[in-house]
Write a protein that binds this ligand. Structure first.
Ligand SMILES: [Zn+2]
Ligand SMILES: [Zn+2]
Length: 211
């Protein structure tokens, strides 16, 4: 399996390209910006993108979606609770980013426990509400793409409309911290980590005892 982390855009979103070395089929997760750079990387990797998945619909994770979809013909999937937020721009950012490329409706939706993938790569959908209502993490073999739910020694913001701090911490404790220690965490922003490190050192989540 090939996994490429590509930080894009002014908010430094990590776009991920997950591909099979054998079949050369790939999934793009969170094509946040810089479509040209994502497409160049796809070309350099020599893979065919058949699927785009969003961890959630915040604009910083979606701004290159329409162009990547058009260029690759890939299908696009998101959790149903995120659909109303596609094409939404929070007021505080509207002046910086201007109008967005309109995002088409998803080709299909994904829910907790669903397997999504392409020939040679399969990811399991883990619903982790809190940062957004329909936020998901994507669990692969020995790694998890954690979106804006869990960051290295930090967690996602819970001050957006629809965010919920208690649900965010519950999602992290009950859905992510139950994964094996060695599971590599690839977050939506910033550097990678490991579940075992986060369970012990993440200052925001704490132990069950303080819950
Ligand atoms: Zn977000
Ligand atoms: Zn984000």
């Amino acid at each position: 399996m090939l996994l490429k982390m590509l930080p894009v855009g002014p908010l430094g979103v990590n776009c991920y390209i997950v591909a099979s070395e054998e079949t050369k089929k790939a999934i793009v997760v969170d094509p946040g910006d810089e479509a040209e750079s994502i497409l160049r990387t796809i070309k350099e990797m020599g893979v065919q993108v058949d699927l785009i998945v969003l961890t959630h619909a915040h604009f910083d994770h979606t701004m290159a979606l329409a162009r990547i979809k058009e260029a690759t013909g890939a299908r696009f999937a998101v959790h149903p609770l995120e659909i109303p937020k596609l094409n939404e721009m929070p007021g505080e950012f509207a002046n910086w980013f201007g109008p967005l490329d309109p995002i088409p409706p998803p080709d299909f939706t994904v829910e907790d426990g669903d397997k999504v993938g392409v020939d040679g790569v399969e990811l399991t959908v883990v619903h982790t509400p809190g940062h957004t209502a329909g936020g998901i993490c994507l669990l692969g073999d020995g790694f998890v793409l954690s979106g804006d739910t869990l960051f290295m020694l930090s967690v996602g913001r819970a001050d957006f409309p629809g965010s919920d701090w208690d649900r965010l911490l519950e999602s992290i404790r009950t859905r992510l911290f139950v994964l094996p220690d060695e599971t590599v965490v690839y977050p939506g922003h910033g550097g990678k980590s490991k579940i075992g490190v986060e369970r012990v050192h993440n200052p925001f989540v704490g132990s069950e005892a303080d819950f």
